[in-house]
Design a protein around this ligand. Structure first.
Ligand code: GLV
Ligand code: MN
Ligand code: MN
Length: 422
């Protein structure tokens, strides 16, 4: 092995940074588990961003912010005309999220920059560490918004006009409020050379098989729909069942239908009703309105299209039977994505050269890399999630697995930064 092949990241430094960032918006559970709530474009998101930008600047990276608030820290290469090799992820979380989802990818990418700096490694291509705005989509739809706009899949104007689910705030105003309305054009004028994202698996496969590295082949299709069900408010004690137009009953029936969509033989589909809001939300009032969301995902887009059709038809049927009106809005729709074959091979070969067992794996979650795949060769590394738990403060990945994933990231990025190493 060359000296560069022997380089490794500083795991203690990486873990310290993960913990320090997780303190911002910290959420504690009853049994010692802890995570964070840094919903996109809130004050805690701002504090998290400020901390990571400080770390970027301390490392001498030149920091730019684009029109949707994506932050890129770049270390120059010897060929200034070469597009940058890029790595990163997101630092926003769901409400009560873990310490690793997205954060690992950003801070491991930063750790790679620090390792290069510390060892005086010059590279031919520039190296960019990025965190994208609003990957989670928990507060503003769609998810992966910053990387989607970066890759030209959604106009900046449309993204800035998105409204928050909690207080109807306009995304563009929130961005100005936290000081991250950057001047750089978005979509990006220059596509990166390549994008590799390290992320926790968020599912049980790697841990179950005792394999430390997942080489991600692609991401399944995602369909998010919001349903607003308008019925008639009524007295819970006096209104006979036969005259009710009850949106809560309809929402429940749709919830059962979504589960049934996923339970046919050999189905890989997953379906979730994640948000239900009732008006007026009182024990003795048949609600006048329910707003609910349906998240459907499948690796096969034909099956996803068919499920969307069945759901729409069911909504018409149940609405007519109960005398309610349903208004359906698509909040996000992404087809399945396949990652770059050459990068996948490179990840596998590099894992083997480091003595790390790996397996190919599909992603159930959405990721920024799936948007970058529109404009440059992209791929992902997964590390095991204990118990497959994620979007939960109990989310955990063992230190040794984090080190393995980050060292694989380092070596793969080196091979892309300096073609001589390949
Ligand atoms: C992003 O976390 C997603 O919902 O897949
Ligand atoms: Mn994530
Ligand atoms: Mn997530």
């Amino acid at each position: 092995m060359s000296a560069v092949g022997d380089l490794s990241i500083d795991i203690d430094r990486l873990l310290r940074r993960i913990d320090e960032l997780a303190e911002i918006g910290r959420v504690d559970g009853p049994d010692g588990e802890w995570g964070s709530a840094r919903l996109a474009l809130t004050a805690d998101d701002q504090r998290g961003r400020d901390l990571v930008v400080t770390w970027m600047r301390d490392l001498g990276l030149s920091v730019t912010i684009d029109g949707i608030g994506n932050v890129v820290g770049t270390r120059p290469g010897s060929d200034p005309a070469a597009p940058a090799v890029m790595s990163g992820s997101h630092i926003d979380t769901v409400r009560g999220g873990g310490r690793f989802d997205g954060i690992l990818g950003v801070l491991a990418a930063l750790e790679v920059a620090e390792t290069l700096e510390q060892h005086g490694i010059d590279t031919e291509r520039p190296y960019s560490v990025v965190f994208f705005t609003n990957e989670e989509g928990a507060r503003f739809a769609p998810d992966m918004m910053g990387s989607l706009v970066f890759a030209g899949g959604l106009s900046l104007e449309e993204a800035l006009d998105a409204r928050a689910v909690d207080n109807e705030a306009r995304l563009g105003d929130e961005l100005i409020g936290i000081g991250y309305d950057g001047g750089l054009p978005c979509p990006t004028a220059v596509a990166p050379h390549s994008f590799v994202e390290l992320h926790i698996e968020q599912g049980p496969i790697l841990e179950g098989e005792g394999v430390p590295i997942g080489v991600v082949e692609g991401v399944q299709g995602i369909s998010w729909t919001q349903l607003v069900i308008d019925g008639r408010a009524a007295h819970a004690g006096t209104t006979p069942m036969r005259v009710r137009s009850d949106p809560a009953f309809v929402a429940s029936a749709i919830g059962v239908f979504v589960r049934e969509l996923t339970t046919t033989a050999d189905s890989q589909m997953v379906g979730t009703v994640g948000r239900v809001e009732m008006v007026p939300n009182l024990i003795n009032v048949v609600p006048s309105q329910v707003t609910m969301t349906v998240d459907l995902r499948d690796p096969d887009d034909t099956k996803l299209v068919e499920a969307e059709r069945l759901l729409a038809a069911y909504c018409v049927e149940v609405a007519a039977a109960e005398g309610v009106e349903i208004t359906s809005t698509s909040l996000a729709r992404f087809e399945p994505v396949e990652f770059d074959r050459e990068l996948i091979d490179l990840l596998e070969e590099t894992a083997t050269s480091l003595g790390l067992a790996s397996r190919r794996i599909a992603s159930g979650a959405g990721h920024d890399a799936q948007m970058l795949a529109r404009i440059c060769p992209s791929a992902m590394i997964f590390t095991p999630s204990v118990g497959g738990v994620s979007h939960n403060i109990a989310e955990f990945t063992a230190d040794a697995d984090i080190a393995a994933g980050a060292n694989l990231l380092l070596q793969v990025l080196l091979r892309n930064l300096n073609p001589i190493y390949r």
